[in-house]
Design a protein around this ligand. Structure first.
Ligand code: PMP
Ligand code: GLU
Length: 436
């Protein structure tokens, strides 16, 4: 090839590249302008909240799967078990019985009575049906209560790591989240001293989960009592205790905040059927709280969604009556085995520091060991970088710690088969080994 031809070819190549680049930049600019103009039309309320990153990651991995890429998704906290047959049968019967009309917004009375009986049986807690509100999921129960209690400017204490939606729901209510950082050394539990320090005259609510999503930490009775004693000394303070993972607990028996009589009139207990009964898609949530809070949530829900599906209510009713050992324990045992498997396999992977999760179905390793490490065009500076790297290089979908308060962690959900977990950890080990 002559020198002149060569330089013509190189010149043409550069020209095409420059054209592609300008088209790309133009598209970027256009997208930005469109996003900006849509945002200008939307309310500040929706603009200031972010998409749920757990749901976002699940969506991303579904999209990649649809493109034929073999992704293992450990992003969404969702049991892989089928809803127990006996619950499905109750729902089918409800359909055949034409149980298909609007019910009481808080759920039909016999369901709320069954929920009270569940609280008595499992938690030794006494509630009356007018203190119970059934919703379309624990998520709605949380939103109902926050919107009913929090005024603009009220402070809400949230120990981090926290579940992804707490902060966004507080923002919708125009509350001010006050984050209390916890770490591996304290098994990610908020101490009484930390709580005391975070309280100001503006504090309205504390929001936390036990067993905790994402850390799997389970508060012991004395630990909750020490926090409850502090709350007792602040009569304007309420606690939202998210106990949706109550039955997925491998250590001591589950402990409820509401057991402490001296603060029970200020505790909002959140529960539901998604996790313990493998019913994520049915949308059934439970709140137990003082009657005046329950009435406010009923009013709120009555304007947004009304009651959850009447068929779901019948299914929940059956779930409330199930024998734990026959129906729930086998699932819990499977989760415990998977937890042990994951922790065991993780020992073989350098740089993953973790607590021993005693509940829920997540492992939440600290990954700062990888900060500064590189491979190809990747440089890892935080959990988000590592999550993206693992998705693209390892075909493994996880959730970055940024979703839960600090981006030096990654969360993986082990609510999937042992076979998939073994493959996932293999992929993770191989991908991480490329970083240096
Ligand atoms: N709280 C926690 C801690 C959760 O992990 C979840 C996730 N499902 C929810 C609440 C919401 O559950 P639901 O499916 O009942 O809305
Ligand atoms: N709670 C689950 C999780 O943390 C489900 C996702 C969601 O509801 O945001 O993954």
């Amino acid at each position: 090839m002559s020198q002149a031809h060569k330089s013509r070819t190189t010149g043409g190549f550069l020209l095409i590249n420059a054209q592609i680049l300008s088209l790309f930049l133009l598209k970027l600019l256009l997208d930005l302008l469109i996003t900006k103009s849509i945002m200008a039309k939307l309310s500040n309320r929706v603009n200031q909240i972010s998409e749920s990153q757990t749901i976002g990651m699940a969506r991303k991995s579904r999209e990649l799967k649809a493109q034929g890429i073999d992704i293992i998704s450990l992003s969404l906290g969702e049991p892989d078990f089928a809803t127990p047959q006996i619950i499905k049968d109750a729902a089918k019967k409800a359909i055949d019985d034409n149980f298909s009309y609007y019910t009481h917004v808080s759920g039909y009375l016999e369901l709320r009575e069954a929920i009270c009986a569940k609280f008595k049986r499992d938690n030794k807690l006494s509630f009356t049906p007018d203190e119970i509100v059934v919703s379309t999921g624990a998520k709605q129960s949380i939103a109902n209560a926050v919107l009913s209690l929090v005024n603009p400017g009220d402070e809400v204490i949230v120990p981090a790591p926290y579940w992804v939606s707490y902060l966004e729901i507080i923002k919708v209510a125009e509350g001010v989240p006050i984050i209390v950082e916890t770490d591996l050394d304290s098994d990610f539990k908020m101490t009484p001293t930390q709580l005391q320090k975070a309280i100001t005259p503006k504090t309205k609510l504390i929001m936390m989960s036990t067993p905790c999503n994402p850390t799997g930490s389970v508060y012991k009775r004395q630990e909750l009592e020490a926090l409850a004693l502090i709350v007792f000394t602040h009569p304007e303070l309420y606690i939202m205790s998210d106990e949706i993972y109550e039955h997925i607990n491998f250590a001591d028996p589950h402990q409820s905040f509401a057991q402490f009589d001296f603060i029970k009139d200020r505790v909002i207990t959140i529960n539901g059927v998604s996790k313990s009964f493998a019913m994520t898609g049915w949308r059934g949530g439970i709140m137990a709280a003082p009657k005046w809070i329950a009435q406010a949530c009923d009013k709120m829900q009555g304007q947004f969604t009304s009651a959850t599906s009447s068929i779901t209510q019948k299914a929940m009713h059956k779930a409330m009556e199930l024998d734990f050992d026959t129906y729930i324990k086998p699932m819990t045992e499977a989760f415990r085995k998977r937890r042990d498997l994951v922790l065991d396999l993780m020992k073989d992977i350098p740089g993953l520091k973790t607590n021993k999760p005693e509940g829920a179905f997540y492992v939440y390793p600290e990954i700062s060991y990888y900060f500064g490490k590189k491979y190809k065009h990747y440089t890892i500076n935080n959990g988000t970088d590592l999550t993206l790297f693992l998705l693209e290089e390892g075909h493994l979908a996880l959730v970055p710690g940024a979703a839960f308060g600090e981006d030096k962690y990654i969360r993986f959900s082990y609510a999937t088969s042992e076979e998939k977990l073994i493959e996932a950890l293999k992929r993770m080990k191989e991908a991480l080994a490329k970083l240096n």
